[in-house]
Design a protein around this ligand. Structure first.
Ligand SMILES: *Cc1c(COP(=O)(O)O)cnc(C)c1O
Length: 863
């Protein structure tokens, strides 16, 4: 029978058990084992079957169960202790509340009380499947670490009725996608309601007088609220109800409407949230990748209609408080729309925003630079135009992004392109296996903070560590066998043929993991380049290697799916069966078993396309060694002792040849170094050299890869400076924003007249020596600009044979004299502090107190 209506009956808990409700709804349980234990103890079987889901356990309680639990004194005590612990966690001052955390004297005593964090996906726990991969996991870890550090963030995203998708394989090894529908009532979410109890509805106008409505779910991630917009409401027409049905699903209009909802709707949801709860309005808006870019446009519209600013003034105010993080070094990975679709959606009969003329909106995302495509609206470019502060996610990715987007700042050297970097991190509480924590705490004391668990790891006896690592391998093997069996059943294998799966994998064998999205640049099949060589490693009777592989491919990516199929079929080969497994449906739950159970984490992307990568960090925190191409974070933190670098054939143009070279290097490393080191045992059976490397990894890499470090970096290097800029722009009825906007207009109009007429220098002998001082005079024409409105600089650095300058230093020249027709003299002195072939030049830049850097306006005049 099928139901014609659904209804959701909420469990009403007896008074003594009431705290269970809050414990289940606050997702802190996802990184707090004692709270999870409480739910597990209510019904261990259901806990297992539900995939460790507190809400599922609570919903299943019958009155008799509740009576039994309420009468169990020790259970009730544990519940109340956990509730008190949560309360302490939510209220106790943390890093951010300390004196000096991120603040400097120039910020005065103003408090930065709210930062909005927008992301199209959030990976917090596998029971809230609202993520596809690294970007979402990163966003989840960002919120959790912000909560742990007391940083006042509020997350904004979408609620996808079917999440991403569930992955299975058919008999041929081809990926099958299914889209189980989630019922938000069964999830750790609550509906954002007005004070009178009616659900908050956010509405966006759509073309031809249509509309897109959304309700707002609220998840609580420790201290951090997360607002998720959901278009599945009755006031939408059937098609619009489906706008948020899938993450990265559909094409064209659906994708655009999702992003409009995330950006524009997200800001409206934040406003409703503040109005209802009294939470402070955010000062800083951080967008994780370009998808939420429209948030800036909505905020411009607010300022134009409510504060009476012009578009340009509002743009300056909005930019000041916006941080944009770019995540892809692959041009094809950038989110772009047809200009016509933008035109249609933001037309007068659509979502035209007050004070945002269509041409100004289009200009924000226009690829109006060399090599750009005028028919496209580019969300990353809009992110940069709407954010005064921009960063990539590893040092190398910062450099690659400066190059990739340099067209937006013509005339500037790459190192001046205003894109910085904050290297990603991972949330230890979520990712470090409990057995390892317990081991560390048994030796270091129960109160040891996460950071010192790593720095003091040497105090844990190495044999105890090695025994634990074996348990973790065994735990992974149990999990992998169960998944393998399920997968084979899905592929049509009969029960009778499944016997062999019972004893696959060996808890003492060198275990290598490889799991990530099936994007082509990640080169899943590189290890299959020479299948015989891989088989030999897997089948070595003395020193066996076993490989666990997982990852989903985007449903529309047939190339990625073909690579996965090739790999799945390889694992079917009777020669290697059971020694290399492809586990379906990679998700957080699998990842939490996989990293701890592995000895080696393999990553072989095509350099430099891995922006950062975080799975290797999670593996490292669980005592695995990385074996990786020097890309993303590994390029920055590989130190020769914490794992292995697979040499890259960077300059080789032919991709086949490059794969040949890099795969050969990979096999060689495995055969000659990795496998021998793992199996080189002392008389106690311990791999001493291996364990030294692991211990070194945990103590030196451990503290760096923590998301705690990442959110502190963001707070210090981005949030506080952005808050400061936002306050300066807004002070005195936006005097700062108005002044900067007027300046920008003037400087753009006058710049064509700016020129350097003549430069000379005194004090330069024929044989200059270190310590000599030279004085420089520049005669420049500034048109209508006042000499104090520009910065004239001497730039000095190493000169190569073509006179290209590198390693530059700058000295400001001061205006000393003005002549007729807007001509001025600027003077300065410079001490020669370096030897060798040097060169210098002079340049003119805009100057204004509210600009964040020399290149911000993309204007520069050279001789
Ligand atoms: C960490 C993680 C990722 C991201 O891994 P990368 O190394 O960045 O590709 C993807 N999916 C899951 C489930 C993860 O836990």
């Amino acid at each position: 029978m099928k139901a014609i209506r659904r209804l959701h009956v909420r469990t009403v808990l007896p008074q003594t058990l009431a705290p269970l409700h809050d414990l289940a709804l606050n997702l802190r349980w996802s990184w707090h084992p004692p709270t999870r234990d409480i739910f597990a103890s209510i019904d261990p079987e259901l806990w297992q079957a539900s995939g460790h889901d507190p809400v599922a356990v609570l919903s299943s309680l019958r009155t008799a169960d509740m009576d039994r639990l309420a009468a169990d004194e020790s259970f009730v005590t544990r519940v109340h202790e956990a509730a008190a612990d949560l309360e302490r966690y939510l209220t106790k001052p943390r890093w951010y509340q300390q004196e000096g955390a991120g603040r400097t004297a120039e910020h005065g005593d103003r408090e930065l009380r709210s930062i909005a964090y927008f992301s199209p996906e959030f990976g917090i726990t596998s029971v809230l499947p609202q993520y596809s991969g690294g970007l979402g996991i990163l966003a989840g870890d960002h919120l959790k670490a912000a909560s742990d550090q007391g940083i006042p963030i509020v997350g904004v995203g979408l609620f996808y009725t079917s999440g991403y998708f569930a992955q299975r394989f058919n008999a041929e090894g081809w990926q099958q996608e299914s889209y189980p529908v989630l019922d938000p009532d069964d999830l750790p979410l609550s509906l954002l309601r007005e004070e009178d109890g009616t659900p908050v509805v956010v509405r966006l106008a759509m073309p031809q007088g249509g509309h897109l409505d959304a309700r707002v779910w609220r998840a609580q991630v420790g201290r951090v609220p997360l607002l998720l917009l959901d278009s599945d409401v009755e006031t939408n027409d059937a098609a619009r109800r489906e706008v948020t049905n899938r993450l990265y699903g559909g094409g064209g209009d659906q994708r655009l409407e999702q992003e409009m909802l995330l950006g524009i709707g997200g800001v409206r949801a934040l406003r409703a949230y503040s109005r209802i709860t009294g939470a402070p309005e955010p000062t800083v808006y951080h967008t994780n990748e370009g998808h939420a870019g429209f948030q800036g446009v909505e905020r411009i519209s607010e300022l134009v209609s409510r504060a009476g600013l012009t578009f340009d003034e509002a743009l300056r105010a909005v930019r000041a408080g916006t941080v944009f993080t770019t995540h892809t070094p692959v041009p094809a990975g950038i989110d772009r729309f047809d200009v016509d679709a933008i035109r249609a959606h933001f037309a007068e009969d659509g979502c035209q925003l007050d004070g945002v003329p269509l041409d100004r909106l289009l200009a924000l995302g226009a690829e109006d630079y060399e090599g750009g495509d005028r028919s496209r609206f580019n969300m990353a470019v809009m992110g940069m135009r709407l954010g005064q502060r921009v960063n990539g996610v590893s040092r190398l990715h910062g450099a690659v992004s400066r190059e990739m987007f340099s067209g937006l700042w013509p005339g500037f050297d790459l190192d001046e392109v205003p894109i910085g970097s904050v290297t990603n991190g991972v949330h230890a509480g979520t990712w470090v296996d409990r057995k390892l924590y317990d081991l560390a705490k048994a030796h270091l004391g129960p109160e040891t903070a996460a950071r010192s668990v790593f720095t003091r790891i040497h105090e844990v006896p190495i044999d105890a560590f090695w025994r634990t690592k074996r348990e973790l391998r065994a735990q992974l093997i149990d999990d992998a066998r169960a998944r393998l069996k399920t997968s084979l059943r899905d592929r049509g294998v009969t029960e009778a043929e499944l016997g062999w799966t019972e004893d696959v994998l060996d808890p003492d064998a060198l275990t290598i993991g490889f799991a990530r999205r099936g994007a082509t640049y990640k080169r899943l099949t590189l290890m299959l380049r020479d299948p015989e060589r891989l088989k030999k490693l897997l089948n070595d009777p003395e020193r066996p290697v076993q490989l666990l592989i997982a990852g989903k491919s985007h449903p529309a990516d047939d190339t990625g799916k073909a690579l996965i199929q090739q790999m799945v079929r390889f694992t079917d080969d009777p020669e290697v069966r059971g020694k290399i497994l492809y586990l379906p449906n990679y998700d957080i739950a699998m990842a939490q078993q996989l990293y701890p159970g592995c000895d080696v984490w393999l990553n072989n992307p095509l350099r430099p396309f891995e922006a950062c990568g975080t799975s290797g960090m999670k593996a490292a925190l669980n005592g695995a060694l990385n074996l990786s191409i020097l890309d993303g974070w590994w390029d920055e933190w590989y130190d020769g002792q914490n794992g292995w670098a697979i040499p890259t054939a960077d300059g080789v143009e032919d991709p086949d040849r490059r794969d040949d070279l890099e795969s050969a290097a990979l096999y060689e490393l495995l055969e000659r170094t990795v496998v021998p080191t793992f199996y080189d045992r002392d008389e106690d059976g311990l791999p001493q050299r291996w364990l030294e490397m692991v211990s070194h990894t945990l103590s030196t890499l451990g503290p760096k890869v923590l998301a705690d470090r990442m959110v502190r970096d963001y707070t210090e290097q981005y949030y506080w400076p952005a808050a400061h800029a936002a306050w300066s722009a807004a002070a005195d009825d936006f005097a700062g924003a108005r002044d900067l906007a007027a300046y920008v207009e003037q400087v753009h109009a006058s710049w064509p007249q700016v020129r350097i007429d003549h430069v000379d220098a005194d004090g330069l002998s024929d044989a200059p020596q270190i310590g000599d001082e030279i004085s420089v005079h520049a005669f420049v024409g500034l048109g209508d600009l006042d000499p104090h409105q520009v910065r004239v600089q001497m730039a000095y650095g190493r000169a190569n044979a073509e006179d290209t300058l590198t390693d530059l230093e700058y000295v400001d020249l001061e205006p000393t004299q003005s002549y007729e027709e807007g001509r001025h003299r600027f003077d300065g002195r410079m001490r020669l502090a370096r030897t060798g072939a040097l060169g210098w030049t002079v340049r003119v830049l805009p100057r204004h107190g509210q600009l964040a850097g020399a290149a911000e306006l993309g204007l520069v005049t050279l001789p």
